[in-house]
Write a protein that binds this ligand. Structure first.
Ligand code: SF4
Length: 268
């Protein structure tokens, strides 16, 4: 019961924070004002859907803020995310983000690394222990394998591509991020992709692929086929951590990578 109440409080807090960051200054009562009806800001469109209205929660509940009391700096930060013109600017706008419960267990926000104008972007699930400590994605054993795929397989430098994750903070015990955590963090990934403007995205593993494509289709049926995310061609493939446990399936990833190389004009 306590767990359910805490989860609900987190959902409401994230929802309220995003509404505030999108410019809301009060809890809507009935229909929206005529001048804003039908116009949905991007961040608002991504806001988590709370199960109940914020007004149903006791004001004394821990960690719950409402649009009416959310800080002006939160509003400014959301605006900064949406209009950030560079990756450095976006990272600055994210600041010490505490939009979801993953903030409580992280050491560092793991934003992303690589060429800010990369032709190819790799997107994983979320930081693990090594990444959390270093603040950089894919630096453990799975990261070394990804680097091999990029450098030995594709004959690119790791610094030629851009690497990031769906969520920027480490989930506890390496569990999958929960839907409200993904929703809270998704504006950051969307802005990263909009700024990098890659020619192709490689979704690493089941979670990243299923999340970006909003599907439950198994990764073995997704991989090897082109999809699109925000208009960018997206190739799902197997996660390097999976390959460490199942090295025989490296050949499947190589098949996918060859399709990616062809897509961006590299000789396989
Ligand atoms: S996972 Fe994303 S939304 Fe959640 S606290 Fe970290 S940066 Fe913020």
């Amino acid at each position: 019961m306590d767990h359910e109440i805490r989860k609900l409080a987190w959902q409401i807090a994230a929802h309220a924070e995003w509404q505030a960051m999108s410019g809301a200054r009060a809890i809507p009562q009935g229909l929206p004002p005529i001048e804003t009806a039908g116009r949905v800001p991007e961040a608002a469109a991504l806001a988590p859907t709370a199960a109940v209205g914020a007004e149903s929660v006791d004001e004394g509940s821990a960690a719950v803020s409402t649009p009416a009391v959310a800080s002006a700096s939160a509003n400014e930060r959301a605006g900064d995310v949406e209009v950030a013109a560079t990756l450095d600017g976006l990272r600055g706008a994210i600041g010490d983000c505490r939009l979801c419960r993953l903030a409580g267990g992280r050491t560092k926000i793991v934003f992303g690394v690589g060429n800010p104008h990369a032709r190819l972007m790799f997107v994983g699930e979320g930081p693990g222990r090594d990444e959390d400590l270093k603040g950089e994605p894919f630096v453990g054993r799975a990261g070394m394998l990804l680097t091999d795929i990029i450098e030995k397989g594709m004959r690119l430098s790791r610094s030629d591509v851009y690497i990031c994750n769906v969520v920027k903070c480490r989930p506890p015990d390496n569990r999958n991020p929960e839907p409200d955590e993904v929703e809270a963090c998704s504006p950051f990934l969307r802005r990263q992709i909009a700024l990098v403007q890659p020619e192709a995205i490689v979704a690493l593993g089941k979670f990243a692929a299923q999340t970006l494509l909003a599907t439950k289709t198994p990764i073995m049926r997704l991989r090897g086929t082109w999809f699109a995310y925000e208009g960018v061609p997206l190739m799902p493939t197997l996660h390097p951590a999976y390959l460490l446990r199942n090295p025989a399936d490296k050949k499947l990833v190589w098949q996918d990578i060859k399709l990616v190389m062809a897509k961006i004009g590299l000789d396989p």
